[in-house]
Design a protein. Structure first.
Length: 437
């Protein structure tokens, strides 16, 4: 069965399987003569599954989706219908969030350094909650939007984050008293504290340290007559929680956060807790199918044959994540069975993108069997920081997305697109029988 939301088709299949779904769509493109085009397959049910897990593991923490990681309109509509908040960083992101039905009170303008015209736009659209980390920003906000609800972004750092953010954002501990004093003198309303341990953080202790520091800032603010009511614990949550080790790590992160919240911000404090997950919601929901378009080989210093495979997507497109997000491609060959033939020889290989730039190298230093032109290579966990930053350099178009969901999940997904009975209660999804594991 196929349905449409705003002319975008969504295929409902009896049982969703990434490999089989990619294979079916690749075959259809081959028949139509379009097999040279890369494409994404998106499992909408995976996003709903992640949403359920979030509320089960972090029941006190309201998610505000970091739309920078994937501003796809279908995904945003789903998440808006799930009544989660949105973390926006620009006029365009705020506008897109409002367009999919997110009310302004469910948006945090989480960019500590804002253009004046963007502040004017936020004011015009009643987006009041926003972050700051400098005196210059406070003066700017005072002049343009003095009724804004301000959240102090504090500096935290983790050496185990894929993308540390502390070099660019966050007030240092020594600057915090001055910033709070300035906010008081400007008669601005500082409602809370935010931090970000870094995108793709692999250090649960980083959350513990940051929440403790936030508690200290709350105490300082209270001693100065500021009653704070909001804590934003930022992002950094993993996007793939399918293997045992990944599940264990996510469980450890959630346990650490919950214990720290109970210690430093118990429910009796009435402090609202929010977070800014991005890759958590979308990474594993997308896989990208690429085709081998050209092959070349040479002999390396060890006398081995090294094969270079040119794919129809690259670092200027979906694989910008290898440059900006430290992505290491988890891939499989579409026509291989899961238990690959262990006796088949493998060779040192390189995946190149399609452009004329030599920086367009996707992956190297791995072994794979000899491929042929037309073979399909599928990359897992491609939903975060991929299509969001892709461009059309050299005239190569960005990969299109094909959306799917299983029939067992359709009764949950359909209302999110107003394609069935609209269910406004988040608990409808949280308590549904969709599989968690």
């Amino acid at each position: 069965m196929q349905v449409k939301y705003n002319e975008t088709p969504i295929d409902v299949v009896q049982h969703f399987d990434f490999r089989e779904t990619v294979k079916a769509h690749h075959s259809a493109l081959y028949i139509d003569g379009n097999a040279d085009e890369p494409f994404y397959v998106c499992n909408l049910g995976d996003i709903v599954r992640k949403h359920k897990i979030w509320y089960k593991k972090l029941p006190r923490v309201e998610p505000f989706y970091a739309m920078k990681c994937n501003p796809n309109h279908i995904i945003m509509k789903m998440l808006a219908s799930l009544q989660i908040g949105f973390d926006c960083a620009s006029k365009a992101e705020i506008s897109q969030a409002l367009e999919v039905g997110v009310p302004p009170e469910r948006i945090i303008y989480a960019n500590p350094c804002k253009q004046e015209s963007y502040l004017e736009f936020a004011k015009l659209n009643r987006v009041k909650m926003m972050t700051f980390d400098s005196s210059h920003e406070l003066v700017k906000i005072k002049n343009i939007y003095p009724s804004a609800l301000l959240v102090l972004r504090i500096f935290v750092g983790s050496s185990k984050a894929l993308c540390p953010l502390g070099l660019k954002f966050g007030a240092r501990t020594s600057d915090i008293p001055h910033l709070l004093e300035l906010a008081i003198s400007l008669n601005l309303n500082v409602i809370g504290v935010s931090f970000h341990v870094g995108s793709g953080c692999f250090d649960p202790q980083a959350y513990s340290d940051a929440i403790f520091l936030a508690r200290e800032v709350f105490g300082l603010a209270e001693s100065m007559g500021i009653k704070m009511s909001l804590l934003d614990i930022g992002g950094g949550f993993p996007g793939n929680i399918d293997t045992e080790s990944e599940i264990d790590f996510f469980e450890e992160v959630c346990s650490t956060i919950n214990n720290c919240l109970d210690t430093y911000f118990p429910e009796s404090s009435s402090v609202r807790i929010i977070a800014e997950p991005g890759r958590y919601y979308v990474s594993s929901a997308f896989q990208l199918a690429c085709t081998v378009t050209s092959i070349r080989s040479n002999i390396n210093e060890s006398g081995e044959s090294v094969y270079g495979y040119f794919l129809n997507d690259g670092v200027y497109g979906s694989f910008n994540c290898t440059v900006f997000d430290h992505y290491i491609g988890k891939h499989y060959l579409l026509d291989d069975v899961e238990s690959n033939n262990c006796n088949e020889p493998t060779f040192p290989s390189v995946f190149w993108g399609p452009t004329c730039d030599s920086i367009d190298k996707i992956l190297e230093g791995f072994q794979i069997k000899k491929l042929a032109i037309g073979d399909c290579v599928v990359f897992k966990c491609m939903g975060a920081y991929t299509m969001a930053a892709g461009c059309t350099f050299n005239g190569f178009q960005r990969a299109k997305v094909k959306y799917y969901t299983s029939s067992s999940e359709w009764n949950i997904v359909a209302p999110l697109f107003d394609l069935g009975k609209v269910e406004k209660n988040v608990e409808h999804v949280v308590e549904s029988d969709i599989q968690v594991s």
